[in-house]
Ligand binder design. Sequence first.
Ligand code: SAM
Length: 326
Amino acid sequence: MDTEDKGSRERNQEDIRIRQQSLSGKSRQERSDVDGFSEVEDSSDKRYWDKRFVQETLYGRDKELSIRVLTHKRYSVRKDDLVLWTVNLLELRGDEYLLDVGCGTGNFLTPVIAQLNNEGLAIGMDISTGVMSKAIQQCRSAKGKVKFTRGDAESIPFRDESFDVVMANFMLYHVSDILKAIGEMHRVLRRGGTFLVATGSKTSYEEIRQVHKEALANFPDSQLTPISRSFGFYRFNLENGREYIERYFSPVDIFSFPDALEFEDPKPFMDYYTTSRVYRDALRDPAKLDRLYDCVADIVQRIIDERGKFRVRKLSGAFVAKKESN
Ligand SMILES: C[S@@+](CC[C@H](N)C(=O)[O-])C[C@H]1O[C@@H](n2cnc3c(N)ncnc32)[C@H](O)[C@@H]1O
């Protein structure tokens, strides 16, 4: 068997292991050492779904999220925008009441508002007012069709069956109790209403992890903290999402959107990479961060020199379900 076959077989086995994993997040041992990363579940991992850390540090301001959103818009290979593709899965009539849980900077609200008529209303809700201020600013011209409120996905401040549509995009991995949050979204959705969740595959961004790992080789092991394998798409993703959603909704459809980011210059890639807390936290000594960034930029420049561009594969998708009618 050649190396590639062996690699893909190992990845498949890993997929199966993750699927078999219980929702309580057990079997840490089995998942260890994928791609050579240590997967010790550091207690600091829990920060990524600690409400205060999410609210004040990760999304205390819109800058990092705005850079990530812009990078995807500018450097994605596919020109049929993921956000519009996702919103189109809703097949809106225009008169719906829609709740966007974890709306962030309003990335998904903009195309929703464009498809609503005067009968419709979109509510953007986020735990952080820091990011939401950008959404308010972006949606200023759509007054009357959109409102915003601060709120926690685990305790949604609306009555039962208030919305025709509830969506939660690229956010469930930040919520401490994912099932509780989905239960809340189910509660505020009217019978027959549509539930939409967009997220990514845990296979996404492998090339970034490889570059990051190569750069870390320049630092003695003692200076490294374990890379979190339980954050982001490792926590709630296209592979395990259906199992969560099926606790409340059935059937659940899944749609996938394979794509890639391509960079012909290290600068926009570095702008994107440096927004990531997980990579930034890799070194125990923050004073060495600039050197890490220089190493990463050099590696990316080398790849661009060799291949003409740095290509980062990503797989996104969405789950769509209806609330039972009676
Ligand atoms: C990666 S951003 C996604 C934003 C937006 N949905 C998008 O796709 O562009 C995650 C967002 O979820 C929000 N968030 C995290 N935990 C939350 C919670 N428990 N309740 C409400 N919002 C939360 C964050 O503040 C952040 O704005």
